[in-house]
Structures are given as structure tokens and as C-alpha cells.
Design a protein. Structure first.
Length: 402
């Protein structure tokens, strides 16, 4: 039986060239915004993703990366896509080709026939226009299996340049504009794709934790400069442990990395609420010291320990972020709603702002707004995303405003 004649059977149980669990995709399209959409969606699905804008670039990707799937868009026209198909055939591409174009188009049909005639495995056409759902359906048989991954040494990840900062928007609860962003570290492994922090972040006592923290600081400040130049200054929050801030050399390093820029209003450092409560005196001392250097301390993931913050003689913290465990479902859970209200009132008594984390539904959003929260954060308004995608989100907001 030929490869093409068994297309449905093979697509249901694909075998990938090098990565059984994490297949790779190369996006070939002349339009940058199309590649950006596909890149974001495919990474969300768990694929390793590469991109190119013309046949020559695709040739280099195929030679170097040997992707399992190539998605070819029609934006550059029939002749360019024809050249893409011929390029793949010359290189004896052993993966699958997915054309994205108008449904029942004679041109797309002719290109499919060309690919099949040259021995390429052609997937059913992805009809344009398409969204996330249609894209997922087209690649359903290839979706990566979420299997356990062995931990990656943090030093290796830093040395290899695999680390990135992703940003999740913090949204003003009343006018719904992006008021800031939390930076979250991610690793882009060459074989596993985007890896969650649980697989590579060491304990804060590990000697490599300082290098990881310094990476976060450096990258966040570099990204702040880009945002400030292209879109205006932005409040950026990063996560650091209290042990890093209790080290004089680390603190000096942090101060030295802050931008010497007239528009820089400061950096927010989020420290886990449990860590704050366990080291309350130290945390307050650090927060007071940081204020002289345009650094504010936020208490992150505040939950059951909130009562330990009652009655303090001073409160040098800029905000309290309520843990998602108490925010998610608060619209229908009276106990969660009461907890959120009490924490919000505590913050107000100290003059600190409040952030509701993990807002995933409109009902929960309406509830935290009614409770008086200042900012919200959660997948309802945006998942963590690459710096480029976050910048595009900010740009779209600015275009709507003006």
C-alpha cells in the first residue's frame, strides 16, 4: 500500500523523524502576521515550531531541522508555493505537507497534485480562513503526547541559551487596558519544545538559582527597554525568592541592572505569600530598602496565610495578589468570595492595590470587579506569551485607543 493511499491510517498513528513525542512544524508563509498566529497556536499545542517566508529559507530549515510537518500558506502566490513543493521534493522531504488555502480552489488542487506527483505526503487542505479549532482539527493526529520529561540542569539551559521570558498581561479591572505584565521564565528545549518551569527551576538553595535569577533580571530589563522604545513604559513584575534579596551581592547586582532611563518608574518583584509570612520582619526590611531604588515588593499567591498580615505597624508592600485557588470559582462559592473580600479590604486598609489571579470566566471577573479589585490576571484576558506576542497585544490595544 502506498503512503498516500493509506493517508488516514498513517495520520492517526504518525511516526516522527526524530521526536516520537514532540513533532516539529515549519511554517512557510510570506505574511508575518500569519506566521505569528500559527507560531503562537502551534506552540500552545506543544509542537516544536520553525518558520520561513520563502523557499530558500525553507530549504535551510529542512536541511538543519528536518521538520515533521510543513504548513505552506498561499499568501505568496501559486508560483512560490510551487517552488516550496519542488524544494521539499528535491530534498526528499520525508514528513507531511499541509497546504492552507481556499477550499475547493483549482490552484490548491493543482498544487496538491504536484506534491503527490513528486512523492510528497500531502495532508487534506486546511481551508482558509481558519482559526484555532480548524488548525487543531487538521493536525489532530499529530498533537504531541504530554509525557513526563526528565529534569533539565539549569546551568545547561542557561549556557545553551534555551531560556526565555514570557509575559502574562495584568489588566486594569475598570477600563480593561493592559496595566502591566508578569514575566515568567520558560525554556525552549531543542528536542522537547517549550518546557514548564517545574522541569528546570532548581530549589532556591541550589547554586545555580542565582544565575537563573540574574537571567530573569537581565532579560526583563532588556525587554522593558524594547517596550519603552516601541510602545511606552510598562510595569514589569518578576518573581524572585527572598533568599536572593537577602544577599547583599545579589541586591547590588539587581540595582545595577535597573535602566537609567527617565521613563523608568520602577520594577515590581513578586515574592510568594507563604515565604513573606515565614520571614515577615526580613521581608518588610527588604521592601523598605528596595523603595529607595525604584523597586516595589508584591506579595504573590496570598491565600489562607492572609490573616498573618493583619495589624502590622507598617506595610511597605505595593500590592497583594490573591491566589487563583480563591479566585477561580468565587462567583459561585460564598466562602471563596468572602476570602477575596477580606483580603481586598486588608489591602485597602494598607493603601496597597489588589490583583485577582487565575480569572478564567466572565462570572468570576464580574465578581472580583464588584469586590473592588484593582487588577485582574488570568487566561480570560491572556495566557503567558512570548515577548513578541505580548508586544503585538499591546500594539492592538493602542490602535483601538487611538
Amino acid at each position: 500500500m502506498s503512503r498516500r493511499s493509506s493517508e488516514v491510517e498513517v495520520v492517526a498513528s504518525p511516526v516522527f523523524s526524530r521526536r516520537q513525542l514532540v513533532p516539529s512544524v515549519c511554517i512557510e508563509d510570506a505574511k508575518q502576521h500569519v506566521r505569528a498566529f500559527l507560531l503562537s497556536a502551534l506552540e500552545e499545542f506543544g509542537f516544536l515550531v520553525y518558520e520561513s517566508s520563502k523557499a530558500e529559507e525553507l530549504a535551510a530549515v529542512v536541511d538543519a531541522r528536518r521538520p515533521d510537518i510543513v504548513i505552506a500558506g498561499m499568501s505568496a502566490g501559486e508560483s512560490e508555493v510551487s517552488e516550496v513543493i519542488k524544494t521539499l521534493a528535491v530534498r526528499q522531504f520525508a514528513g507531511w505537507v499541509l497546504l492552507a488555502g481556499p477550499q475547493n480552489s483549482p490552484t490548491v488542487g493543482a498544487l496538491r497534485e504536484l506534491g503527490e506527483g513528486l512523492g510528497l505526503a500531502m495532508l487534506p487542505t486546511l481551508a482558509t480562513p481558519f482559526g484555532i479549532r480548524e488548525l487543531r482539527r487538521s493536525l489532530a493526529g499529530f498533537l504531541p503526547i504530554q509525557a513526563p520529561r526528565p529534569p533539565v540542569d539549569a546551568a545547561e539551559a542557561i549556557h545553551a541559551g534555551w531560556l526565555e521570558l514570557w509575559y502574562q498581561p495584568k489588566i486594569h479591572a475598570r477600563n480593561l487596558v493592559v496595566s502591566g505584565a508578569e514575566a515568567l521564565v520558560r525554556m525552549r528545549h531543542p528536542d522537547w519544545g517549550v518546557v514548564e518551569p517545574a522541569y528546570f527551576i532548581p530549589d532556591d538553595g541550589d547554586p545555580h538559582f542565582r544565575a537563573l535569577s540574574e537571567f530573569v533580571i537581565n532579560q526583563a530589563m532588556a525587554d522593558w527597554r524594547i517596550f519603552a522604545t516601541d510602545y511606552g513604559p510598562l510595569d514589569i513584575s518578576i518573581n524572585l525568592p527572598i533568599s536572593f534579596l537577602n544577599n547583599a551581592a545579589c541586591m547590588q547586582y539587581l540595582f545595577q541592572q535597573l535602566p537609567d532611563h527617565p521613563a523608568f518608574d520602577g520594577l515590581i518583584i513578586e515574592i510568594n505569600g507563604t515565604e513573606i509570612v515565614k520571614n515577615l520582619s526580613l521581608a518588610r526590611s527588604i521592601a523598605k530598602q528596595c523603595r529607595f531604588h525604584k523597586i516595589a515588593i508584591s506579595i504573590d499567591d496570598v491565600g489562607a496565610e492572609w490573616s498573618s498580615l493583619i495589624g502590622l505597624p507598617d506595610f511597605p508592600f505595593v500590592e497583594i495578589k490573591v491566589d487563583r485557588a480563591f479566585v477561580s470559582g468565587c462567583a459561585d462559592d460564598g466562602l471563596k468570595r468572602a476570602m477575596c473580600r477580606q483580603i481586598r479590604e486588608l489591602a485597602e486598609s494598607y493603601g496597597a492595590r489588589t490583583v485577582a489571579e487565575g480569572v478564567e470566566t466572565r462570572a468570576d471577573f464580574r465578581t472580583v470587579c464588584e469586590l473592588g479589585f484593582d487588577q485582574v490576571q488570568g487566561v480570560l484576558f491572556g495566557k503567558p506569551m512570548t515577548m513578541q506576542n505580548f508586544a503585538r497585544t499591546v500594539k492592538r490595544q493602542l490602535l483601538k485607543m487611538y
